[in-house]
Ligand binder design. Structure first.
Ligand code: BGC
Length: 725
C-alpha cells in the first residue's frame, strides 16, 4: 500500500490504477520495472558480434526493462515504446530519462551561472523550457536539478551546482523541480530527479567520487534542506548519491533512504540509484557479491537500479528464497507505476511529431530566454575607472584569447544535445554589438597548451587597439563529472599571455569563461575590469556583449566564495568562529596567506552604485515564536538603472552548539532608477532564527542575535536583536 496524503501528487485514482496493474504482474515483470539501462552504452561483444543494444531490445520485448536513458531522439523513443506495445502483455511504457542539466537542445547557462542571477524564477523558466524540449523527444524524466551544496572549487561538479549556500540552493531546488515538472494538461508531464542525495558535493579534497565524511549536524543543517525543499515541491523521483554516509554508500543506506527520506519527509516518488552504483558496492567493499549488493540495496529502500542489471539478475531469486519480502518489491513497483501514470505515459506512450513551424517558434522563444539567462548570470568582479561599459562607436577593440572565437566550450559540461553551431561565440557577440568599432581578433594561445607561438599576433592586434578584451578560462571538459582539478589558475599559457598584453599599457578587460571559481588574485594587477561569465550556453556571446557594451547592467552575484589560492579551499562564508578566530600566531590563520576570500559569497558590482542606510528593526526584542521586520533604505546613487541583490544574514551570538559566523536568511533583487530609493524589508521569525540544537531539533534559543543587511557576506550594516525567554 502507498499512502495518499492530502495535497500529494499521488491521488487515489493514480494509486488504484497502479495497484490494479501490479495485481496482474509476475515477479519478473515487477523486477523489470525496477531496471534501467543506459542506451548510449553500446559495446559489441567481440565473440558473438552482438551489440548491447540488440541485447537490450530483447530484454525490452521480454518486459524486463522499466526505464531507458540516453536515447537519441523521438524516433528511437517511439521505436522502443513500440517494442513494449507489440510484445508485452501489460504494455507498461518505458520511462525515458536523460541528463537534462541546463537545457536540452537550447543550452542555457550552467547551473552555477544561473545561480549567480540570484533569481530562482529564471531557473524555473529555463527548467520548464528544457523539459518541453526534451519531452518532444520522448524524454519525460530529467535527471535534474543537481542540488548538492558545493564548497570546493576543485570538484568539477561545482559547475552543476547552485553553489555553497543551503537557502539559495533550496530556493533554486523548488523553482527547478516545479519548472522541470511541467504539466501539459491532458498531455504528457515530466518528472524531475533532484540529485545526488546526499553529501556528494563534500568529496574529500574535491576529488570526484572520493570518500565523504560528514557529521549528522552538517548533513541536516547544510546538505539536506535543498532536498527537503525539492521533496516538498513535489519531486517525483530522487537520485541516491555514489558516496558513503557514515560508512554506507547511499543506495544501500537505510538511514538516508528510509529514516529520513521516506520516514521523516514522507517521500512517495522513485528512488533511483546512480550509474552502476549497485555494482560499486562490491568495489567499495561493502558487498561481497552481486546478490549481497542487490539485497542490501533493495532492503535499504532503493527502487530502481541504474544500469548495473543486478536487480534483474538476482532479485527474483532473492524473493523466492525469502531473503527479500515480495512486499518490498511491490512498494517499489507501485511507486514506479504511479509516476508513469502521473506522467500520462500509460495513455500516451508515443511522442507525436511537432510541425516544423511550431517547433521553430518554440525554439526562437527558448533562444530569447537563453540570452536573458546568459546576461543575468554574469558577475562583474572589477571595474577600475569605470572602464566598462565600452562604447560601441569609434574605438578599436582587440578581442584576444582562446575562448573568444570559440563556440564549443561555452556549452559547458553536460550539454549532450547542444550543438556548437547554435552557439554565439564571444567574438561573434562582440562583432554583432560593436557597431562602428573596429574589431581585431587573435587567439593568442590555446586553452591548455603551453605554446606561446600565437603571442606575437595577439600583441600586434592589441597594439593597434584602444582597448583589449580577453576571453580566458577553461574548456568544457575541465568541469563536470570526474573533472576535478588541483589548480585553480588559468591553464596553459593564458597567464603569460595576459602579462604580455597588459605590459602594452592598454586598458584590459578580462572575461572569464569557466565552470568553477578560479583563484586569480594576480589578475587584478593586469586587468582593469574582470567579468565572470562562466559557461553561458547558446547565447553566451550575445549575453557577454550585452554586458560589455552596457545594453544590460550586470546584476549577478557570486553563489560561491572565490579563494585567493587553493590552500584556502574549502573556503565558504557559512563558517564557524572556532575558539581562536584569525588574529596572528596561535590563532586559526595561515602564516603565508590571508584567511579572507578574494571575492566573498554574494559579491558583484554594477555600472551604477548603491548606498545602504542603517538597519532598523520593528522591535529590538521578540519571543521565540514571534516575528520582527528588519528594514534598510537602499538608494541608487549612480547614473544608470541597476539591480542590487540585497542580502540578509544572521548570527546567533551564544547558542548551545557552535553557530556559523553568518547565515543567509533572505535576499531580494531590487531594480532602481538613478536617484531612486526603496525600503527593503525582511521578516524574521522562527524559520530564520532556528538552530539545530544538541538533540538535533530545530529550536529558537533565547539570547542575542546579530542581523546584517548588505551587498555580500563580507559587508553590510548590522543591528542587534534579542529573543526573550
Ligand atoms: C552521474 C549522474 C547522472 C548519471 C546518468 C552518473 O555518473 O553521477 O549525475 O545522472 O550518471 O548519466
Amino acid at each position: 500500500m502507498i499512502s495518499t496524503e492530502k495535497g500529494s501528487w499521488l491521488t487515489p485514482a493514480i494509486k488504484s490504477q497502479a495497484e490494479q496493474l501490479l495485481s496482474r504482474m509476475t515477479l519478473e515483470d515487477k523486477v523489470g520495472q525496477m531496471t534501467q539501462y543506459d542506451w548510449g552504452f553500446n559495446p559489441i561483444n567481440p565473440e558473438t558480434g552482438v551489440s548491447q543494444r540488440d541485447l537490450l531490445r530483447e530484454e525490452i520485448r521480454l518486459g524486463r526493462v522499466g526505464s531507458i536513458f540516453n536515447l537519441s531522439g523521438a524516433e528511437e523513443a517511439n521505436e522502443l515504446q513500440q517494442l513494449i506495445q507489440d510484445n508485452t502483455e501489460l504494455r507498461i511504457p518505458l520511462l525515458i530519462g536523460r541528463d537534462v542539466i541546463h537545457g536540452y537542445k537550447t543550452v542555457f547557462p550552467i547551473p552555477l551561472a544561473q545561480a549567480s542571477a540570484w533569481n530562482p524564477e529564471l531557473a524555473r523558466k529555463t527548467a520548464e523550457a528544457a523539459s518541453r524540449e526534451s519531452m518532444a523527444d520522448g524524454v519525460a524524466w530529467v535527471f535534474a536539478p543537481m542540488i548538492d551544496v558545493s564548497r570546493d572549487p576543485r570538484w568539477g561538479r561545482i559547475a552543476e551546482s547552485i553553489g555553497e549556500d543551503p537557502l539559495l540552493t533550496s530556493d533554486y531546488a523548488k523553482a527547478w523541480v516545479e519548472g522541470a515538472q511541467v504539466d501539459d494538461g491532458p498531455g504528457l508531464a515530466a518528472a524531475s530527479c533532484p540529485k545526488h542525495f546526499a553529501g556528494y558535493g563534500l568529496a574529500e579534497a574535491g576529488r570526484d567520487y572520493n570518500t565523504v565524511d560528514l557529521s549528522d549536524r552538517v548533513l541536516r543543517e547544510v546538505i539536506l534542506p535543498p532536498f527537503k525543499e525539492a521533496v516538498e515541491s513535489g519531486a517525483l523521483s530522487i537520485m541516491a548519491s555514489f558516496n558513503e554516509i557514515n560508512g554506507v554508500p547511499v543506495c544501500a543506506n537505510p538511514y538516508l533512504l528510509k529514516t529520513i527520506l521516506r520516514g521523516e519527509w514522507g517521500f512517495e516518488g522513485i528512488v533511483a540509484s546512480d550509474y552502476n552504483a549497485l555494482q560499486e558496492l562490491i568495489t567499495h567493499g561493502v558487498a561481497g557479491s552481486e546478490e549481497e549488493a542487490c539485497e542490501r540495496t533493495v532492503l535499504a529502500g532503493c527502487d530502481m537500479d541504474m544500469h548495473s542489471g543486478i536487480f534483474i539478475r538476482h532479485l527474483p531469486k532473492l524473493v523466492r528464497e525469502g531473503r527479500v519480502p515480495e512486499s518490498v518489491i511491490d512498494q517499489s513497483v507501485l511507486r514506479i507505476l504511479a509516476v508513469k501514470i502521473k506522467l500520462g505515459l500509460i495513455e500516451k506512450p508515443f511522442v507525436e511529431a511537432v510541425a516544423p513551424e511550431a517547433a521553430a517558434v518554440a525554439r526562437a522563444g527558448f533562444t530569447e530566454l537563453a540570452r536573458e539567462a546568459a546576461r543575468e548570470s554574469i558577475v562583474l568582479l572589477r571595474n577600475e575607472n569605470s572602464l566598462l561599459p565600452l562604447s560601441k562607436d569609434g574605438q578599436s577593440i582587440a578581442v584576444i584569447g582562446p575562448l573568444a572565437d570559440n563556440s564549443k566550450d561555452p556549452l559547458g559540461c553536460w550539454a549532450f544535445d547542444g550543438k556548437p553551431e547554435d552557439v554565439v561565440s564571444m567574438l561573434a557577440g562582440i562583432r554583432q554589438a560593436a557597431g562602428a568599432s573596429a574589431i581585431q581578433f587573435a587567439e593568442g594561445c590555446a586553452i591548455a597548451d603551453a605554446s606561446e607561438e600565437g603571442f606575437a599576433q595577439a600583441l600586434e592586434a592589441a597594439r593597434q587597439a584602444d582597448v583589449v578584451v580577453m576571453a580566458l578560462g577553461e574548456s568544457l571538459e575541465m568541469s563536470g563529472e570526474s573533472r576535478s582539478r588541483t589548480s585553480l589558475d588559468l591553464p596553459g599559457a593564458q597567464r603569460r599571455l595576459v602579462e604580455e598584453i597588459a605590459a602594452l599599457g592598454k586598458p584590459v578587460v578580462a572575461v572569464l569563461l569557466s565552470g568553477r571559481p578560479l583563484a586569480l588574485p594576480w589578475l587584478e594587477e593586469y586587468a582593469d575590469a574582470i567579468v565572470q561569465a562562466w559557461h553561458l550556453g547558446v547565447q553566451s556571446g550575445s549575453g557577454i556583449a550585452d554586458v560589455l557594451f552596457g545594453d544590460y547592467n550586470p546584476g549577478g552575484r557570486l553563489p560561491v566564495t572565490f579563494p585567493h589560492n587553493i590552500g584556502q579551499v574549502p573556503i565558504y562564508y557559512y563558517r564557524k568562529k572556532t575558539g581562536r578566530p584569525p588574529a596572528g600566531v596561535y590563532s586559526s590563520y595561515y602564516i603565508d596567506s590571508t584567511t579572507e576570500p578574494l571575492y566573498p559569497f554574494g559579491y558583484g558590482l554594477s555600472y551604477t552604485t548603491f548606498s545602504y542606510g542603517p538597519v532598523v528593526t520593528s522591535r529590538t526584542t521578540m519571543k521565540a515564536d514571534g516575528v520582527l521586520v528588519a528594514y534598510v533604505m537602499l538608494e541608487n546613487t549612480g547614473c544608470r538603472e541597476g539591480e542590487e541583490v540585497v542580502q540578509c544574514y544572521v548570527r546567533d551570538e551564544v547558542a548551545s552548539v557552535t553557530q556559523p559566523l553568518k547565515k543567509l536568511i533572505g535576499y531580494q533583487k531590487v531594480k532602481l532608477a538613478p536617484g531612486e530609493s526603496a525600503v527593503v524589508s525582511f521578516s524574521i521569525g522562527a524559520k530564520e532564527l532556528a538552530i539545530l540544537d544538541g538533540d538535533m531539533n530545530w529550536t529558537v534559543e533565547p539570547g542575542d542575535f546579530t542581523l546584517w543587511i548588505g551587498p555580500n557576506a563580507s559587508q553590510g550594516e548590522s543591528v542587534s536583536i534579542k529573543v526573550e525567554r
